[in-house]
Design a protein around this ligand. Structure first.
Ligand code: CU
Ligand code: CU
Length: 522
């Protein structure tokens, strides 16, 4: 008997995202290479799981077009009514589905009553399309209420993130794509209220967590995720296909994504808990054991599962680096053209708390994004913009980030995968270079900076743009825990008309409504 297996894309996101059951599109294939349940490594003519996807992307000529209307209303995902932002009336919002090599076009209309917005496509590298990264005050002005913005980018690798599935080859076979399992912290306050609370009183405690946007009446950071009595075969981290490894539990940090294959059991009336357990070591949460979903094989069953959780260790760190070996081997260089150590500090003032990297708390101007300054060729960069200039192409860049505080931080870089050369507790200096993993180190775009510890990451200047590197905990970013890389400034491709019209719309709105900027808006 053929045992059915299914893939789920497990992630923590703060972007509204979808839970729809989705099946892959039909692909144009040559006869020798058919992507099917029994051969997921295959793709289309000349492209498969071994393709160096940093250098080569298929061009399908297919355009996938979506219209997103962002609006605010109230909803009660866990039974407690509160203000929420919806896309096309739903939470999570609609899923964007594309094949590797398709062009994705998303028209975003801001129908929020009194809020600017932008849509960041988390995990999409935006190769040579920096202006489509959707980061207000970096790559664009906020979209003013009543205005629209069109994002256009190439679906440049398989994988998924908050509401996007891009079909492509995989490192292990599976039968069915079940779409996403989204794990969220959920708060009974709005993001603005939370930022305020965080600024004055420390990190807010999440009263709840959500699976696929819903839960009954669970902080931040990391979940351990598992399905009772089921093995998890992990085949990708943050879109990077890895050599599969098996586990019963997966530690997922905020902003991280994993693709997981689960082998289904034979038809049974038994039901199983799917658990997302907030890690207490790195979070404050009220109801650790109550963020759950149910896996049923028999639809007629209505009873709750009686299964029990696998034993797990409560810790915040990422999965072991020896488990996260990329399928496509790319070695890092042992020399770097640019290397910097970023010291994390905290500053508490009378009524606010600030995070600093190298003595500076990040801030920008909503109405004058980095790309506008690039377009103006205005070289007067302010200290608080925290710009790191990387003018040369194809150079290796090293960052050491060190934090002395007893809290983990999920560090995210836009526009790139980075190589995780080392991470650990204590401190690190670039003079200790001999201890780094250079041969096929894990690659991803979010990693956990350990409490009282450090990470060493490397990247290559292959993608011109203004790219944010920040802590993925929203209020830490808001409180200045970010820097930006200005990579190959002279080669950044800009559509001045889009840039200017969005900023004009925003400036008009800001003047009319007396908008007061309270943070960087990123
Ligand atoms: Cu992102
Ligand atoms: Cu943080």
């Amino acid at each position: 008997m053929h045992v059915l297996s299914f893939i789920i894309h497990s992630l923590i996101t703060i972007i509204p995202a979808a839970s729809a059951f989705s099946l892959p599109f039909k692909h144009t294939r040559d006869s020798s290479c058919v992507n099917s349940a029994s051969n997921r490594a295959c793709w289309t003519d000349g492209f498969d799981i071994s393709t160096n996807y940093y250098e080569k992307v298929p061009d399908t000529g297919v355009v996938r077009e979506y219209w997103f209307n962002v609006e605010n209303t109230t909803a009660a995902p866990d039974g407690v009514e509160m203000p929420v932002q919806l896309i096309n009336g739903s939470f999570p919002g609609p899923t964007i589905i594309a094949d590797w090599g398709d062009t994705v076009v998303i028209h975003v209309t801001n129908s929020l009553q009194n809020n600017g917005t932008g849509l960041h496509f988390h995990g999409i590298r935006q190769n040579f399309t920096n202006q489509m990264d959707g980061v207000p005050s970096i790559t664009q002005c906020p979209i003013a209420p009543g205005e629209s913005y069109t994002y256009r980018w190439r679906a440049a690798w398989d994988g998924v993130f908050g509401g996007i599935i891009i079909n492509g080859p995989a490192t292990a076979n599976y039968d069915i794509d079940l779409g996403h399992v989204f794990l969220n912290d959920w708060y009974h306050q709005t993001a603005d209220q939370l930022v305020l609370e965080a600024a004055t009183g420390g990190p807010p405690t999440a009263p709840n967590g959500l699976i696929n946007g819903t839960n009954t009446w669970g902080d931040k950071g990391t979940f351990v995720s598992m399905i009772d009595d089921h093995n998890l075969e992990v085949i990708a981290n943050d879109f990077v296909p890895i050599h599969p490894f098996n586990t019963t539990q997966l530690s997922i940090g905020m902003g991280q994504r994993y693709d997981v294959i689960v082998t289904a059991k034979e038809l049974t009336s038994e039901n199983f808990w799917l658990r997302a357990i907030p890690q207490e070591a790195c979070s404050e949460t009220d109801l650790t054991s109550k963020v759950k979903g149910i896996i049923r094989y028999d639809n007629s069953s209505t009873v709750d599962p009686t299964t029990s959780a696998y034993e797990y260790t409560d810790f915040c760190a990422d999965e072991e680096s020896f488990d996260l070996i990329p399928y496509l081997q790319v070695n890092a260089s042992d020399t770097y053209a640019y290397g910097e150590k970023e010291e994390v500090e905290v500053q508490v003032t009378d009524n606010a708390m600030l995070w600093l990297m190298n003595k500076t708390s990040f801030d920008t101007q909503w109405e004058y994004p980095t790309l506008m300054q690039v377009a103006d060729n205005n070289q007067t960069w302010l200290a608080r913009q925290r710009v790191i200039h990387l003018p040369e192409a194809n150079r290796w860049v090293y960052f050491v980030i060190h934090s002395p505080f007893a809290q983990d931080h999920p560090m995210h870089l836009h526009g790139h995968d980075f190589w995780v050369l080392d991470s650990g507790y204590g401190n690190f200096d670039l003079s200790m270079k001999c201890e780094l993993t250079l041969v096929n180190a894990p690659r991803r775009d979010v990693l956990m900076l350990p409490a009282s510890g450090y990470v060493v990451i490397a990247m290559k200047t292959v993608n011109p743009g203004a790219w944010l590197m920040h802590c993925h905990i929203a209020w830490h970013t808001s409180e200045g825990f970010a820097i930006q890389l200005l990579e190959r400034e002279s080669e950044i491709r800009l559509n001045d008309e889009v840039l200017n019209s969005t900023c004009k719309g925003w400036q008009n709105y800001a003047v009319e409504d007396d908008v007061v900027q309270h943070d960087s808006g990123v």
